[in-house]
Design a protein. Sequence first.
Length: 131
Amino acid sequence: MYRFILIAQLVALIFILACQTSPFNQGKIMYGNFCANCHMDDGSGLRGRIPPLANSDYLKKHRNELACIIRYGKKGEIEVNGKKYEEAMPGVPQLTYFEIANIINYMNQAWGNKSPFVKVQEVQRALEKCK
């Protein structure tokens, strides 16, 4: 009986710890692997060259384009928080719908951003439109 109680307590502890971790952990890892080199770990961007993602009005205004930008990149001038940027962004075509959704959801909740959750199906539809 004692062994059963000990196992039950251990399982409960694992569930409690799992619930306390960030729900966007995979997105954070993927962002670190594919985006942070340019946009920085804290989303601040590279002054004058790479736009910030932290507290970014661009993420909100262009919500439906984010999946396409991540996968296929972006060329041309953009405006973020009132400042213009012209540096081309390379795409990451090998990312899956799920990975792109996780990156977007991480960016939407990190660094002061408070944008809604994006579903994998939304990412898939967006990518089908921008092929």
